[in-house]
Design a protein around this ligand. Sequence first.
Ligand SMILES: Cc1cc2nc3c(=O)[nH]c(=O)nc-3n(C[C@H](O)[C@H](O)[C@H](O)COP(=O)(O)OP(=O)(O)OC[C@H]3O[C@@H](n4cnc5c(N)ncnc54)[C@H](O)[C@@H]3O)c2cc1C
Ligand code: FES
Ligand code: FES
Length: 496
Amino acid sequence: MSFEARPAAARDALRFRFRGRDVALRHFSPRATVLDWLREDMGAKGTKEGCAEGDCGACTVVLARLKGGRLAYEPFNACILLLGQLDGAELITVEDLAQGGELHPLQQAMVDWHASQCGFCTPGIVMSLFAAYHSGGPQTYASLCDQLAGNLCRCTGYRPILAAALDLCDGAPADRFAATAGDRAAALAALADERDVFVGDEAAFFAAPASLDSLAALYQRFPDATLLGGATDVGLWITKQLRDLRRIIWLGRVKGLDAVGETADGALSFGAMISLSDAMPKLAAIHPDLGELMRRFGSIQVRASGTVGGNIANGSPIGDLAPALIALGGRVVLRKGGKTRALPLENFFIAYGKQDREPGEFVLAVEAPRLAEGQHYRAFKVSKRFDEDISAVMLAIRVDLDGRRIKGARIACGGMAATPKRAANAERALAGASLDDPPDWRAAVEAIGRDFTPLTDMRATAAYRSAVAANLLKKALIEISGSAAPTRIGMLHAAE
Ligand SMILES: Cc1cc2nc3c(=O)[nH]c(=O)nc-3n(C[C@H](O)[C@H](O)[C@H](O)COP(=O)(O)OP(=O)(O)OC[C@H]3O[C@@H](n4cnc5c(N)ncnc54)[C@H](O)[C@@H]3O)c2cc1C
Ligand code: FES
Ligand code: FES
């Protein structure tokens, strides 16, 4: 190991809390998952493997971390969470809940309500509910449906599970975790340090720099390393593509990279490592459609882990945030070494799998302008399944009005091309149109068909995608004109 590779003061062990103890690991494969460590190294088989791709929730574990001075309990899919991502957290699994032969109150409620049949999903469901139980507030039917969107039960049916959860998740947890919260928070605080972490050697390492400068230096030294945000994509490279990742730089310890700030022109600036869960209320404050989009982004486990930076940096043509933020006029801020640069988000996506990002350069922040007076916004996600599904088509639009006349529009789509892309022809056709004259919109609705040549794949046919994009544009204009109230499935859901 050369001096440059590992800062002299770097910690050479991963440290986390498990079963009331500090764990320090000096030797582990950088690509090891939490699920494999639990089941294979610890013999803890209560956490199940179903899909191994973040979809079914059978592997759900809870991580407790100090956030804003209090313990936050969040559920994660252990199958795609890398072991190194445990640094600084307390890992809680289903085996930790019952004590002295007595079931945890949630487990007892599951028994009382007959909420388990084959039982394969049950440990994961209990752990998702455990996070809800400790969420700090009472749960509702709708919030529990969201909580369980990433937990697939094939045989019991959700009614008794929800009944068990509603019985207990009243915002006043009374278990041994609540009773020991102070001591456990102090133990986590004692683990927290501001040292870079570097476990392994130059050939294979899991590194977690503690500052932006350390990250910039390390990534310049190893530009071929895999940057790791929440691992909701990278985890699948390991479990599904069996990629042999040897050098991993996790961004989860970089101080300030998970912050939300404001730019000089009043836009919100999301640090690349802010989780999708933490970004959700800030995005919803820009426009309710962004809140609804985020609620349907993956599941609560995916949102706890996945990051805003990862969703942009992955360059996916079907990622949800890119079109939503391009329509707003968003920017991406990149850093390489000591230099930063910002570019309009649409310019970041060059071609399929190719982004405007140099070797050693990383996404520092993603900026989302707020809506100004006279600006109207809509975002729609169409997928085969309501919850936890990737978009077949995503359309977002910002219309700038002068009275009832459209001065300009920004329209962006996902799922319609090899990259998230603006609909330049439709935008041009809308300029000057009147909101009161629907025939004026026809040219734009027709033009969007010329803006894209979508593919047919397992999610949708090309013809379906084109028809949906045209209809979503029409729907947005109808809503913005005021001739119909917005309709969203979530509105019905929340009213239940
Ligand atoms: C079950 C499931 C459901 C999903 N549902 C959705 C959905 O509804 N909508 C959607 O859009 N996506 C969805 N995804 C995809 C994924 O969750 C998101 O794209 C997520 O935002 C990725 O963020 P991450 O932090 O986990 O990225 P990671 O997996 O950590 O990284 C993804 C890529 O970005 C790179 N990277 C990460 N951070 C940076 C950085 N700061 N600078 C440079 N490169 C970086 C990594 O090297 C990697 O190439 C889903 C995934 C799963 C498993
Ligand atoms: S095993 Fe299915 S989400 Fe992890
Ligand atoms: S009880 Fe069998 S899958 Fe849920």
